[in-house]
Design a protein around this ligand. Structure first.
Ligand code: MG
Length: 251
């Protein structure tokens, strides 16, 4: 069941989104070679708690961290640790969720660490653009799979592949609500989009088409071939005025 949010609920979610975007921007500013992923988790947890919130991934998923810290072939759910340090040329994906005043917000981005080559820059560009292709389709009269199709068709026509095992989702009082939002598929299917829907849209884009695998830590999801992967996510709301990106940062 899709829970539509009332105006006063959207006000809380809007504030949470703004706070989360500021925190994520802050984390991105700190990215540099030599930093362990735990550094970012500790900073993220402090900023989340200082805002009056809690780490949503801990609260709702039992994840051992405030952020997912995933590097290179790691797609999502990388566990922050002092044992893993960023290196020049890495791709560092940060996924972060906040639970504050009874509502969640969820966002992710992938940052190049130092210099990356042109092929990697292209993967980053396609991954980020695919999120915006999806967001453009969040409008009244469209169906849910119009979002999925816009993302998937753009990614595949760009020569990359979407992760099929993990999907975007409704979000509100819980981190993961209905509907599920795959990042592929035909258009024109699923529920009609309507005001009050709040969605976390989150394409994960990779260089191979193989099934994903999960490491022995039971969290870290990696590409089948060891190829690179990127992850971009925003929490967006559909209102009578159109789509609103709640987690939009300074950019
Ligand atoms: Mg999410």
């Amino acid at each position: 069941m899709i829970v539509l949010k009332a105006a006063d609920e959207l006000d809380v979610m809007r504030e949470n989104g703004r706070i989360l975007a500021e925190i994520l921007d802050r984390l991105v500013e700190e990215v540099r070679p030599g930093r362990p992923t735990q550094f970012f988790d500790a900073l993220a947890e402090r900023l989340v708690r200082d805002s009056g919130g809690e780490p949503a991934f801990r609260v709702f998923a039992g994840f051992p961290g405030t952020i997912n810290a995933s590097i290179n072939e790691e797609i999502v759910h990388g566990i922050p640790t002092d044992a893993r340090t960023l290196s020049d040329g890495d791709l560092f994906s940060i996924d972060i969720g906040i639970y504050r005043n009874g509502y969640c917000a969820d966002a992710a981005t992938t940052i190049p660490v130092g210099a990356v080559d042109a092929a990697v820059q292209r993967l980053l560009a396609v991954g980020e653009a695919s999120l915006w292709k999806g967001i453009e389709q969040v409008r009244m009269g469209n169906r849910l799979s119009d979002v999925s199709h816009a993302i998937g068709s753009y990614v595949e026509s760009s020569g990359f592949h979407v992760v099929r095992e993990y999907v975007g989702h409704g979000i509100g009082k819980s981190l993961h609500e209905d509907p599920q939002i795959p990042n592929y598929g035909p258009p024109g299917r699923g529920v009609r989009l309507q005001p009050g829907m709040v969605l976390a849209i989150e394409p994960m884009v990779k260089t191979d088409a193989l099934p994903t695998q999960t490491r022995g830590d039971r969290w870290t999801v990696v590409t089948g071939s060891g190829g690179l992967s990127v992850h971009f996510e925003h929490t967006v709301a559909l209102t009578e005025d159109g789509v609103e990106v709640l987690t939009r940062g300074g950019e």
